[in-house]
Write a protein that binds this ligand. Structure first.
Ligand SMILES: [Zn+2]
Ligand SMILES: [Zn+2]
Length: 384
């Protein structure tokens, strides 16, 4: 069902090629931490402070209940005539109180909010958009490509027979197929997420008089994920696209035409032009070293692609499900439960799709009732 709607699963990460120690999660990268108080709080397992990062730029931690990510960093962008709130956070009473505490620290009244912008529609970012919009009257904006990622839009497609067929072709056992239903999504309230009032595109400026904040489209983690570049202060709000310590989940949405991993790698390369900026991520802490961090994540996915090929080469009948269970994860496969198994399958499928598009593996349709079989395509040496 809803890969796109699952909360970010910090504890389930790719750990890289054959468990090489340097690549055991978290995926360390060459960053300079600028959010020192945030990192201190992270290590102490506390909520970091509300901080004024720049004149008119506030960072507000909003609690995510029962989640190892612990909080989302919402940002308040203030101008003389209004204010934009970026990623208001998870929809629960405690989260709303966190957000209002940030408003109070910044001297911002809810009725002064003139816009709500989400980097993407995951629950830990977009959850409180509806409540904030109702409290302020402010419109909600997101990238045009993100609309179709709203769970209410993809619900039918993901609950269809096509999903069961896809799972069967992956070789997923029956109990995994049975877990793909919307009960959990219903419980989490993902179908109550707000529809957008305003659609954004790459290069658009936010409606915030006196300030220059531009949309940078960075598809991958979701199809319409955006970063926001504040040119006056040279800061880049990176959402989940680029985080200092962990790697965001990049998963296939069965039935969609998106190529999430190829898009993600392109979006990482595109951040090279912002290397001078300070990164203001939606989780963990602020940092510098955008290009280096993007490079580390590209290498990580390269290593993971090689691991996928190695697993396939060593299997008699490699299936997407079989590969998923044999890859190294940040915990043992036997400790990965239903909800995370789904994320792992979609993430593996994204790698397999990418490798097929690169011509490095082939997906052979199985006989009726049998799953598809994966084969490594031998590399032809150059010059032949
Ligand atoms: Zn996310
Ligand atoms: Zn997130």
């Amino acid at each position: 069902m809803l890969a796109i709607a699952t909360p970010d699963l910090e504890e389930l990460r790719m750990t890289g090629s054959r468990g090489a120690p340097a690549r055991i999660a978290p995926i360390a990268g060459p960053v300079t931490v600028t959010g020192v108080a945030q990192r201190q709080a992270w290590r102490a397992r506390e909520l970091p402070p509300v901080e004024q990062v720049r004149s008119g730029v506030w960072s507000v931690p909003v609690t995510i209940p029962d989640n190892p990510l612990r909080y989302t960093l919402a940002y308040l962008l203030l101008s003389d005539t209004g204010a934009v709130v970026v990623d208001p956070g998870w929809d629960h009473e405690g989260g709303w109180e966190d957000l209002m505490a940030g408003f109070a620290a910044a001297g911002l009244a809810a009725d002064r909010v003139t816009g709500i912008v989400v980097t993407h529609v995951h629950l830990d970012h977009h959850g409180l958009s509806r409540r904030l919009s109702e409290a302020s009257g402010a419109p909600i904006a997101m990238h045009a490509a993100e609309v179709d990622a709203l769970p209410s839009r993809i619900r039918e497609a993901t609950e269809s027979d096509a999903m069961q067929t896809w799972l069967a072709r992956c070789g997923a056992p029956a109990d995994v197929a049975a877990e793909f239903n919307s009960d959990l999504a219903e419980m989490l309230g993902v179908f109550r997420l707000a529809e957008p009032d305003v659609l954004l595109n790459d290069g658009d400026s936010l409606d915030l008089p006196g300030r220059q904040v531009r949309v940078v489209w960075t598809p991958g983690h979701t199809p319409g994920h955006i970063c926001l570049h504040d040119a006056d202060h040279d800061v880049l709000l990176t959402g989940d696209h680029l985080l200092p310590r962990i790697s965001p989940n990049i998963g296939l949405t069965p039935g969609s035409k998106d190529a999430p991993l190829a898009s993600y790698l392109d979006s990482l390369r595109a951040l090279g032009g912002y290397d001078g900026a300070e990164a203001l991520p939606a989780h963990e802490y602020r940092f510098r070293g955008i290009a280096g961090r993007a490079g580390t994540l590209i290498e990580h996915h390269d290593a993971r692609a090689q691991e996928v090929l190695d697993v396939i080469a060593a299997s008699d009948y490699a299936t997407v499900w079989g590969v998923t269970t044999k890859l190294t994860w940040s915990r043992g496969w036997d400790q990965i439960n239903g909800f995370m198994r789904r994320a792992a399958l979609f993430e593996t499928a994204a790698h397999i799709q990418y490798l097929e598009q690169e011509g490095r593996l082939a997906i052979r349709p199985g006989a009726p009732g049998e799953p598809d079989r994966l084969e490594v395509v031998p590399v032809v040496p150059a010059g032949r």
